[in-house]
Ligand binder design. Structure first.
Ligand SMILES: [Zn+2]
Length: 213
């Protein structure tokens, strides 16, 4: 797996109009490739349901531009943690009536793959000032994001080995060796995933512990 932060494009394909913004969730799920627009976490990896974030937050638009509530362009597929951390942060001029929030790169219009990358520990990093500010605001420095990436890397490597095993055949010597390697890798994956899930739910890896380094 590459160290690229994101290697797919987010689309906006929904042309329907709904009165309640949560009704857009199935479309967002598809358009955002089942991943959190901010931290890239995949929704199938955790039991906590993903949420619909308003790119321009409600506190900002509610009096000035209430239509923003159900404007598809203002809706973002987000994990609960990112939605919570993003909170009501807003910087911009709401009277311009444009979907803009200067604190954050728009995850649909900007290529996060160019702004963020994975560092040597699998954590989310950026060399860009605004990118770094986003990492702080959205708490993307949390160790759960390193763990999520390591889990995904192990899983995709395991899946690649499975393809190879199918190619050479389980009964060949090479197939046997590959199978052994795959089983070992799978154990690492399972362990890593257990640690990830446990920490995702109660964050036993505290931020204080992490920042002491
Ligand atoms: Zn997230």
């Amino acid at each position: 797996m590459s160290r690229k932060f994101r290697d797919y494009t987010i689309k906006r394909t929904c042309t329907k109009k709904y009165k309640n913004y949560p009704d857009y969730k199935p479309y967002l799920k598809q358009d955002f490739s089942h991943r959190c627009a901010y931290c890239n976490l995949i929704d199938s990896g955790i039991t906590t349901p993903f949420e619909v974030d308003h790119f321009i937050p409600r506190d900002t638009f509610k009096d000035e531009w209430p239509e923003c509530e159900t404007l598809y362009e203002n809706l973002v597929y987000s994990c609960k943690k990112c939605n919570l951390a993003k909170s009501s942060y807003y910087k911009g001029n709401i009277s311009k009536r444009v979907i803009e929030n200067e604190y954050f790169y728009n995850p649909v219009e900007s290529d996060y793959g160019e702004i963020f990358y994975r560092n040597d520990a699998g954590g989310i990093a950026s060399d860009d000032i605004k990118g770094r500010d986003m990492i702080n605001k959205l708490k993307l420095y949390r160790p759960i994001h390193n763990l999520a990436w390591i889990c995904e890397t192990l899983k995709s490597t395991r899946d690649k080995l499975n393809v190879q095993i199918d190619k050479v055949g389980k009964d060949t010597k090479q197939g046997q060796l590959l199978l052994e390697a795959k089983n070992e890798l799978n154990e690492y994956y399972i362990t890593c995933n257990e640690i990830f899930l446990e920490n995702y739910n109660n964050e036993r890896f505290t931020l204080e512990l992490y920042s002491k380094e």
